[in-house]
Design a protein around this ligand. Structure first.
Ligand SMILES: [Zn+2]
Length: 335
């Protein structure tokens, strides 16, 4: 593992020298470790888990085009009190000694990038943490934002319902909508890293290509809120996209990946309406709803039906006794 991480740092340095924060570097075939240069990608793990579809993600990328954002429909960004460390979010200690938390509704961030940790001689890989399984918790997660149309409407609903959620953001969306990212942070929601550009061909060219986009997105996030996430979500889900080398690199670099076990299917080609999305959630919850529910939704593009479905989804989950948490390094895996 050390070898892999050393390779990361060497390549990070190379990348930074050639311009960190620039558009994601095109993958150079010479950078790809031999074990993945063959294009060998594991078969998706079949746990009955529905995967995010590639066609949908291609669509997600299209929605990131700046000319598709109708300025006239842009909701007013309401002023929000700044998030307070210790109350609204936790910052990891240098040695991670404060990370075994007992409250599943407070986001956890790092004040250092992984590169800064390495430079200071601090640990980079996270310690073993006991997952939070004391009660039934639902983690509402919204991928592919932040945009300036759907995400603010979702934030309004979350505020009205008094619940926290997790937003797995893409770096290019963060760069385009910094005030929305700041609002997510200030309102006490968790921010996770969902790659820089969601481009499968680039992200999954190699484990390093994946990590390069994670580091680039960390930089975009940290430039705006001053801290960076530990939590990541692989576009398409790690279960369907990762080989052992990807998992090893994620571990070595101190990130925690979470897929999902319930979804509205709001990003599938079927484009379910609000009531169909609610039914989809009920379908995945089944007769014996799991104790930990990680619910996948999206907060970009044309997801107006997600906005319509959200209040009802929150209400019945609350009625069923779920607490609303945000994803942290202590969040149990959904499978
Ligand atoms: Zn996505």
């Amino acid at each position: 593992m050390k070898k892999i991480f050393c390779a990361i740092l060497l390549l990070t340095l190379t990348t930074c020298l050639s311009g960190c924060g620039d558009k994601a570097k095109e993958t150079n075939a010479n950078d790809i470790p031999t074990e993945v240069a063959t294009g060998k990608v594991s078969e998706p793990k079949d746990n009955g888990k529905p995967a995010e579809t590639k066609s949908d993600n291609a669509k997600s990328d299209e929605t990131k085009s700046a000319d598709e954002k109708p300025a006239e429909t842009k909701p007013e960004v309401k002023p929000t009190a700044q998030a307070q460390e210790g109350k609204d979010y936790i910052v990891a200690a240098d040695d991670f000694s404060n990370l075994q938390l007992t409250d599943p509704s407070i986001p956890v961030y790092d004040k250092y990038t992984i590169w800064e940790r390495q430079e200071k001689g601090l640990p980079v890989a996270l310690p073993e943490l006991v997952p939070y399984e004391n009660e039934s918790v639902v983690y509402l997660t919204f991928d592919d934002g932040p945009d300036d149309k759907i995400t603010p409407q979702i934030l309004d609903i979350l505020k009205a319902e008094g619940v926290k959620a997790t937003f797995y953001v893409c770096g290019n969306m963060v760069d385009a909508n910094p005030t929305v990212l700041k609002r997510i942070f200030d309102e006490g929601h968790a921010i996770g890293n969902h790659s820089y550009n969601h481009n499968y061909n680039q992200i999954y060219a190699s484990p390093w290509s994946f990590m390069e986009q994670i580091i680039q997105t960390d930089n975009s996030i940290k430039n705006i809120i001053g801290v960076r996430p530990f939590i990541i979500r692989a576009p398409g889900g790690a279960g369907g996209m990762f080989t052992a080398n990807y998992y090893a690199m994620v571990d070595d670099c101190g990130y925690i990946e979470h897929d999902w076990n319930v979804l509205t299917e709001d990003a599938t080609p079927a484009k379910p309406n609000a009531s169909e999305q609610i039914n989809n959630v009920l379908k995945y919850l089944g007769d014996q709803p799991p104790r930990t529910v990680i619910l996948l939704m999206h907060s970009n593009g044309d997801k107006v039906e997600t906005v319509k479905a959200l209040p009802e989804i929150i209400r019945f989950l609350r009625d069923w006794g779920y607490k609303f948490g945000v994803v942290t390094p202590m969040t149990p895996q959904p499978w």
